[in-house]
Every structure is written in structure tokens, then in C-alpha cells.
Ligand binder design. Sequence first.
Ligand code: B12
Ligand code: SF4
Ligand code: SF4
Length: 427
Amino acid sequence: MTPRPAPDALRSLLLEGARVEGFELAGIARIDPDDPGLTRHRRFLGAWVARGMHGEMAWLARPESLERRGDPSSSLEGVRAALVVGHLYGQDDPDGVPDDPARGVIARYARGRDYHRIVQRKLEGVRRRVVEGAGREVPMRAYVDTGPVLERELARRAGLGWFGRNTMLIDPRRGSWFFLGVLLVGAEVEADAPFEADRCGSCRACLDACPTGALLGRDEHGAPVMDARLCISYLTIEHRGPIPRELRPAIGNRIYGCDICQEVCPFNVGFGEGARDPGYAARGPGERPAGVEALPGEADSEATHPGTDGPPLAELLEMALSEAGWEAFSRGSAIRRAGRGGFARNVCVAIGNWLATVDEPAWGATEDAAVALLVRALADPEPLVRGHAVWALGRVGSPEARKALVGVGTRDDDPFVLNELGAVASG
Ligand code: B12
Ligand code: SF4
Ligand code: SF4
């Protein structure tokens, strides 16, 4: 029988595997099946869900999912440790972004290739290397984001960083522009010391900067609390229905995700541009994410898109009003999660916010083109898109925009669209 690798030998194999696969951060958390710490976090999550702060993220709120998050052994029997890795994705905004309201801001994490694929593959690479090095099977299971795992708490236990007031896990030297990945290990592994300090000190820059008031500060146990229903990231990615009317103006030109509470964090200063996987880089017009192969016949397709590096909102809406455009834009990208209708909804809101800021003398052909696209959006097959186009045209308020809304009430019988129309009419 092959002897079990010693805990410190497994530790070296795991950390070396993480380094070779290109993870910039790595640490090992001990998992004790009777650990009250994880149970406390599970309870926190349960109470958070009970207050409705998860919004419509039902996948997070299912009793089975809540239980599994507090008990990693339900994901891997006999689990004793977790390798937790961080993969940097930080990058600067292009010139003029986010200040130019005519251009859309896509959160940094979603500008390149879908990170789930990249991190998951690398974790599989670590697993292979460990098995080769150990000369025997070691039970392991990889998770990136979508598994029932409290990734940030495991990362804290692996010594990677602390929970900032913005709820992000922050590394004191690297900031928070990194993804997390977890490899559960069904064997004893020498662990790292958990990160116990709270380095936020008296800073509250993220709380002050959040445009929607989603960050509520720390509770009596020191846990940072977010009301996800107010968070732009939730509203533009996870939320499927209409964006609450009162929150639309605060979304500005953030059309997919939001980075504001990280942008203002002093620990991220100087870490915008760094060595990172080329797959995460923003894409130019028409480009696929790095590493995503062309489909047969794709080269002949006329569908195009304006890319993810601060693209003009009007071009984004034009793309999102066509299935072929959306397919070309979203393939291989995390952006696909919003769906075409959800993404077009977000862009309509951002166009409404932009055009509401343009005064008569500055109005030109670009603004006319954006209004024309909103008018086209009134015929979109999804009521979600039509209703947000009505709202955006209402914000513009120009004679053309008002004219376009005349007749919508007789052509469209969807209750949401009619409700939006009523709201515009009542001013
Ligand atoms: C649901 C989810 C969201 C939701 C809710 C976010 C939130 N803050 O809870 C929404 C859609 C809003 C979201 C947004 C984003 N997300 Co997200 N998200 C997740 C997901 C899938 C689950 C997180 C979760 O369970 N949240 C519920 C809260 C209650 O749990 P928690 O955050 O894990 O931890 C809480 C407790 O443990 C507690 N706590 C802390 N200390 C203490 C101490 C004690 C004593 C107790 C009792 C409790 C306690 O406070 C924490 C925060 O409330 C994770 C992946 C995963 N499987 O974990 C990614 C994840 C957290 N997201 C990630 C990212 C990148 C983002 C965005 C930056 C994307 C973007 N640019 O738009 C934003 C950031 C917004 C923000 N400020 O958090 C990364 C974060 C990496 C990092 N460095 O922290 C993760 C880890 C995904 C990944 N694999 O990389 N996300
Ligand atoms: S991601 Fe944006 S909206 Fe969400 S908490 Fe941070 S600043 Fe607020
Ligand atoms: S901005 Fe300040 S309070 Fe917020 S997470 Fe960063 S250091 Fe902490």
C-alpha cells in the first residue's frame, strides 16, 4: 500500500502546484468538521437571507444550499483542508471612462474571458500535479464561485486577507482585484494561520462612495453587511426583472457589475494594472476574449460588437437588440449571465441617464442616434427591454422622444410597459 503523503509534503505539493499554474495568491485553510466558526458564518448567511437581502438569488437561499455552505464535508466527504487561491484581474479603465456618460462601464472582472473557465482549469491542473507528486489519488474537489462554498471565509482562514467594509476579501499587499478558487482536500494538510486583523481602521471610503447605499457597515460581530438588493452588481447581473425605478439614476453608466467600492479602497491604489492572465484583458471592437476559438462560419458573420473597454452606449444597444450581435459579444464571457434582455435593459437605463445630462447646445448626431435606437428598442420582443426604453425616452424628454412614446399605449399591451408609460406621463 502506498503510504499517505505527510501533511507538510501535501502542503508543498499544493502550494507549488498553485504557483506553477499561475495563481498569485495561495494559502491553506484547515477544515474541522465540528468547527463553530463556519457554522457562525452559515448562520450569518441564513439571517441575511431571512432579511431578504439576497434579493432574487434563490440559488443562494435554498435550505440545502445554505446547509452545504456551512458544511464542506457535504461537498467532499472527509474534507480536512482547502487550498484557496487568488487570481489577479485588475486593470485600468481606458481614458475618459467612467466619467464620459456616453460610454458604458463594464466591471473589470467581466471584460475578458469568463473567469470560471480559467480558474477552474488551473485548479484542475493543481489537482493533477498533486496526484502525480504524491504518487497516489488524493480526494480533491475544485470550486469557483458557483459551488456551495463560503469562499471568502475559507480565504480568510487560509491567510489570504480580511473582510473589508465593502465585503471584499482584501490582501494587504495586493488589494482586492482577484478572483477566488477553492480546492477541497480530503486529507490532513499543514495549514496557514488565519488572517485575524481588520485593516480597514477608521476608513469608510467605500461606504461613502457606494451610489445606492448598499453597504451598511459592520454589525456587532464585525461582519460587513451588504443589502444586495441595492447593489448595482446584483441589479445589473443577477436581477432578472425590472430595475426599481428609484435606483436607475444611481446606476449611471455601469452597465454590467460595479467596481466603485473597490476603486476607492486605499488598498487598491497602485494595483490597477499588474501582471495578470492575458485572458482577463478588455476586448476591442469585434474581438473575442483571448483564448476563445472562432466558431465555424463566424468570420463570415456580419454581427459585430463594440468591445468591453468603455464602449459607446449607442453601439452597445445596437448590438444588444440583435441576437446575433449578442451571441458575438457574449460568447466565452461572464457577461452572458445577464442574458440579452437583461443586458439591453441595463444599457437602456444608462442611455437614459446619459441623455438626461445633455443640454440643448451640446445635442448632436450621436444623441439623435441613441434616441433612434431607444425607439427601435420599443419593438424588442422582451417587455423588459421595451419598458426600460420607455423610461429612458421619458428621461430624455425631447420632442422626438415624446413623439416616439405616443402610440406605445395602443400598440403594446404588456402591463410592465404600460406601467412605465404611465410613470412617464405622470411626470
Ligand atoms: C452572491 C455573490 C455576490 C452578490 C452578493 C455579494 C455580497 N457581498 O454578499 C453580488 C451579486 C452583489 C456580488 C457582487 C460582486 N461580486 Co460576488 N459573489 C457572490 C458569491 C457567489 C457568494 C457570496 C455570498 O455568499 N454572499 C453572502 C454573504 C452573506 O456571504 P460572504 O460574502 O461569503 O461573507 C459574509 C460573512 O462571512 C460575513 N462575515 C465576515 N466576517 C464575519 C465575522 C463573523 C463573526 C460573522 C458571524 C460573519 C462574518 O460577512 C461577509 C459579507 O457580508 C461569491 C462566491 C462564493 N461562492 O462565495 C462571489 C464573490 C464573493 N464575488 C466576487 C466578486 C469579484 C464580485 C464583484 C466584485 C463583481 C463586480 N465587479 O460586480 C461584486 C462585488 C460587490 C461587493 N462589494 O461584494 C468574488 C470576490 C473576490 C474577493 N476578492 O473578495 C467572489 C468570491 C467570486 C470569486 N470566486 O472570485 N457577488
Ligand atoms: S459594487 Fe457598487 S453598488 Fe455594490 S456595494 Fe459596491 S459600490 Fe455599492
Ligand atoms: S475602502 Fe476603506 S473601509 Fe472600505 S474596504 Fe477599503 S479600507 Fe476598508
